[in-house]
Design a protein around this ligand. Structure first.
Ligand code: SAM
Length: 353
């Protein structure tokens, strides 16, 4: 394995398309306290057995291995990450790894107000809160929980405890919240958060997805420019999933067009589930089990060689392949419900969005 003369570390792993291993999403639980129709429409799921969840020490150990081979950004996610007990102590352990430049978390915000200070003190850098609507009744219908007020409190706590770079992620859905794009941007201005509209994706299986419900990037821009006037793209050299735009008053917002304009070519993300399965893509049907080898105390070299060989032989481009199916009208349910019941890893909430 070639090493870098300056750092003495192995050269970062690159896949067959030249994509570097960089950004690791770590799911700390598959459980969630909301039941969003587009993500967890069922009330009960087959949950990952508790004894299979990676301990904080195991997560830190795996992150260390990944960071020696290219990973320099991590995002804590779930399920709902704030349901994992004592999450701040995991953040404190991760931030001791000096190769990790950025530690972020995606949350639904419900429990955020009570944890924000501890997370900030522990060294978390940035928070993204998912927020699809500003209307309590709509929130209740979408999530089947009546907790929008807690989400607002959570969002307000972010700046108050000292975080910068708040992002608000909205899944934009036709006929559901397409009348709220402007109110959401205006709310973002008030709380100093950058709103990002995510196109509805056909990930997992039980997600109620249909092409008609997707609000494409093009339409999002058209709706916003009717109200705000000229919108200009922000030119930046980044592998971030969001394309960013500027309104005439300087407000920046983003669009993550995973469904209509997939960005597989620049994707450097991979995902570790709460029980140690490593997936390269939200659309991957199989992954690498890292729990078994670490519990069997396999050597560091063995683990590294498994990780590197998976990344270095990768040439999947899941979202582009899904899009190509449109030509033959084949874009429907990604995975059928029976298969999902047999393997909970295939769902978005297990894999971490
Ligand atoms: N519970 C946390 C939250 O709500 O942010 C983290 C996990 S959640 C799976 C991560 C993100 O995935 C959320 O922003 C959610 O809206 C998004 N998501 C889930 N299902 C989706 C889908 N079918 N299409 C697009 N985004 C989706």
């Amino acid at each position: 394995m070639p090493t870098n003369a300056m750092s003495g570390l192995p050269e970062p792993a690159k896949d067959l398309w030249g994509r570097p291993l960089r950004s690791l999403r770590i799911s700390v639980t598959d459980r969630c306290n909301l039941r969003c129709q587009y993500c967890m429409p069922e009330e009960n799921y087959v949950w990952l057995p508790r004894e299979t969840l990676l301990t904080f020490k195991e997560i830190v150990f795996l992150t260390e291995l990944f960071s020696e081979h290219g990973v320099d950004r991590v995002r804590i996610t779930g399920g709902e990450p704030l349901l994992r007990k004592d999450l701040a102590s995991l953040i404190g352990m991760l931030q001791q790894n000096t190769r990790i430049q950025d530690i972020a978390m995606t949350t639904n915000g419900v429990l955020l107000a009570e944890h924000a200070q501890n997370l900030f003190d522990a060294g978390l850098h940035r928070i993204t809160v998912s927020l699809d609507t500003l209307k309590p009744e709509r929130f209740k219908a979408l999530t089947r929980r009546d907790t929008l007020a807690q989400v607002f409190e959570g969002i307000e706590s972010v700046g108050r405890v000292g975080f910068q770079g708040l992002k608000l992620d909205t899944v934009a859905m036709k006929g559901y919240n397409d009348d709220e794009l402007i109110p959401l941007i205006e709310y973002g201005k008030r709380v100093n958060g950058e709103v990002r509209f995510i196109e509805y994706m056909d990930v997992g299986g039980a997600n109620d997805w249909s092409a008609e419900k997707v609000l494409p990037r093009k339409q999002i821009l058209a709706l916003l420019s009717q109200y705000y006037g000229a919108i200009e793209p922000v030119h930046e050299n980044s592998s971030a999933p969001a394309q960013r735009f500027r309104l005439s008053d300087g407000t920046i917002f983003g669009i993550i067009p995973s469904t209509t304009m997939p960005f597989c070519a620049t994707c450097d993300r991979s995902r570790l589930t709460a029980d140690g399965m490593w997936y390269l893509c939200l659309y991957a049907k199989s992954g690498l089990d890292l729990l078994k080898p670490i519990r069997e105390r396999r050597s560091r070299e063995d683990l590294v060689s498994m990780i590197r060989s998976v990344w270095e032989t990768r040439k999947d481009r899941g979202a582009e392949e899904r899009k190509e199916l449109e030509a033959s009208n084949g874009r429907g349910q990604f995975i059928d419900i029976e298969r999902l019941r047999q393997d909970p890893h295939l769902e978005m909430h297990a894999r971490g969005g």
